[in-house]
Design a protein around this ligand. Sequence first.
Ligand code: MN
Ligand code: MN
Length: 469
Amino acid sequence: MDKTEGQRLKEELFNPQKTGWEGMADEMKKAIFKFSDEYMDYLNSSKTEKEIVKNSKDILIKNGFVDLNEKQELHPGDKIFFENRNRSLYAAILGEESLENGIRMVAAHGDSPRIDLKQKPLYEDSGLGLFKTHYYGGIKKYQWTNVPLSMHATFVKANGEKVEAVIGEDEGDPIFTISDLLPHLANSQMDRKLKDGVQGEELNIVAGSIPYEDEKVSEKIKLNLLKLLHDKYGIKEVDFSSSEIEFVPAYKAKSLGLDCSMVASYGQDDKVCCYTALRGILDIGTPKNTAVCVLTDKEEIGFCGVTGMDSRTFEYFLTEMLNKAGQNKPNALEKLLHHSKVISADVDGAYDPTFPSAFDKSNSCLLGKGPTMVKYTGARGKSGASESPAEFVAEVRGIFEKNGVTYQSSELGKVDGGGGGTIAVSLANRGMNVIDCGVPVLSMHSPYEITSKFDVYQAYKAYEAFYKG
Ligand code: MN
Ligand code: MN
């Protein structure tokens, strides 16, 4: 039957945004599921910012990238990477154009909310050995109790010797956990506000319970635990003061749902964008403009710090590229920044039908409709946002549409419902054109975050198209 004028007009003018799975060819479904399996493998071996950098570097090396420090000269088509203190990683493929005409960059962050140990963490009380913690990033603290946790530790001794220890990831390993009060005795705890249900100083990790056999010493359990650490890793108590000990969920990434359409895993904010940004740069050949993939650190605590996106080490990397390409001169760095185009690849909170009142449904991202372009973040009246100019949004949209990428547009939750920010601000402040675009996530910042496999794959396709320009 012929369509009515109204039906035709609606088709032409509306933006229906149907779910990406609808009408999908079997071939494409297979490609998506294969990509997701590889993504889940990456997640399972990359739970910390240091592991992200290490595993991503391995992938780059396998694909012909070399350390920038080993290169004397740079030419179009050269593939390089630059590591910032093992915690952030910049990769690039030199383009045909001069660097001062700008780079095309996709920047994600490898750090995720977690539980860190304090600098004097180990104590014993009432037959238990325990660790004092200080949480990292924005978490709902009650979610992190009674979860199996693994320890990912880096100790650095005063002589510079580094000791890495991972406990709780292998099948035979013990795990750790944070205890919570039994409901039978929780009458007064249950009267607390949810945000205080479990407080920061109550996030204590259970670490052991066997005392050292010696009548003459006190703190026998603590001594026994220190002896175990010393026997295996050569660690003494003072070494905690120069350590980074991160506790993360010990379980693995899994396919979620009867139809296996989703991924459930710790740390998908923002490892999902790390993986897709990294995979996206591998097969683009020699781009017109130099393509850069950034996996940064410390986003979850404000992108500050020497390995965060605010770090001037990023400019050092760009200047080294200018030098080695023989293109450095006064103002070259500023020109490069000014002409650059960046996707800040970070996740957005997906609409959750269980909590509709937190969202403006029509302006939220939904699982299964592709990566989402977020023109502005911030709080209240867009405070703290680096709102992307409409011209740049149009340019990125145009690239996606030309390349058949399914995408959506959204903002985070209801106006005045809360807010958030990303490294887009840090990049915009440098004079770079930037927009946020990443994968929608349910249960963001929880120990088990949810994404759609369709969105993961489309983010990879979106970033690949963007590098190519
Ligand atoms: Mn993030
Ligand atoms: Mn986050």
